[in-house]
Design a protein around this ligand. Structure first.
Ligand code: FES
Length: 164
């Protein structure tokens, strides 16, 4: 039975905005979701005032992930990094007309990848802003780096700890 996707999700899935690699990105982050093993890359072009001039993404995820990533790249264009950081996965789920509950993690992955890119940007600068939490947020923890994801998945395949 097909999933009850909203019209907007299907429209963005078929015709995503800002899809593709950005060669002159200021920063990018690759993140995968342990719930499904899908990966996403978020690219940001950031100016000297810490404002996002452009954002693109590559997704190896499902329709929900492509739709939420696409709308997120649109929502953060022209926003400060602080404003972009504050966008919750619930808000993007609303923007795409809602998500089936088994697809919430797909929107969480989009937000997590964006936040990982922002955190990396400040890490490279060597100074984290006061609004950024020191600890990883829930969304970042759900958007694992490639190595972490591979480890989680290999444990799962190996039967949860059969491997040494
Ligand atoms: S099922 Fe993996 S991103 Fe949607």
């Amino acid at each position: 039975m097909p999933l009850p996707y909203s019209k907007k999700v299907l429209e963005l899935f078929r015709n995503p905005k800002n899809l593709g690699r950005m060669d002159d990105a200021t920063v990018h982050a690759v993140a995968g979701n342990p719930a499904c093993g899908d990966m996403i890359t978020f690219y940001l072009k950031i100016n000297d005032e810490d404002v996002i001039e452009r954002a693109t993404f590559e997704s190896y995820g499902c329709a929900a992930n492509i739709a939420t990533s696409s709308i997120l790249t649109e929502m953060i264009k022209g926003k400060s990094l602080e404003e972009a950081w504050g966008i919750s996965w619930k808000r993007i789920a609303e923007e795409v007309g809602g998500l089936p509950s088994i697809k919430f993690h797909c929107g969480i992955l989009a937000v997590g990848a964006l936040r990982r890119a922002i955190r990396l940007y400040y890490k490279r600068k060597g100074a984290a802003p006061s609004w950024m939490p020191e600890r990883l947020t829930f969304e970042e923890k759900q958007a694992l780096e490639e190595e972490e994801l591979a480890e989680v998945l290999s444990k799962r395949v190996g039967g949860g700890g059969a491997d040494v």
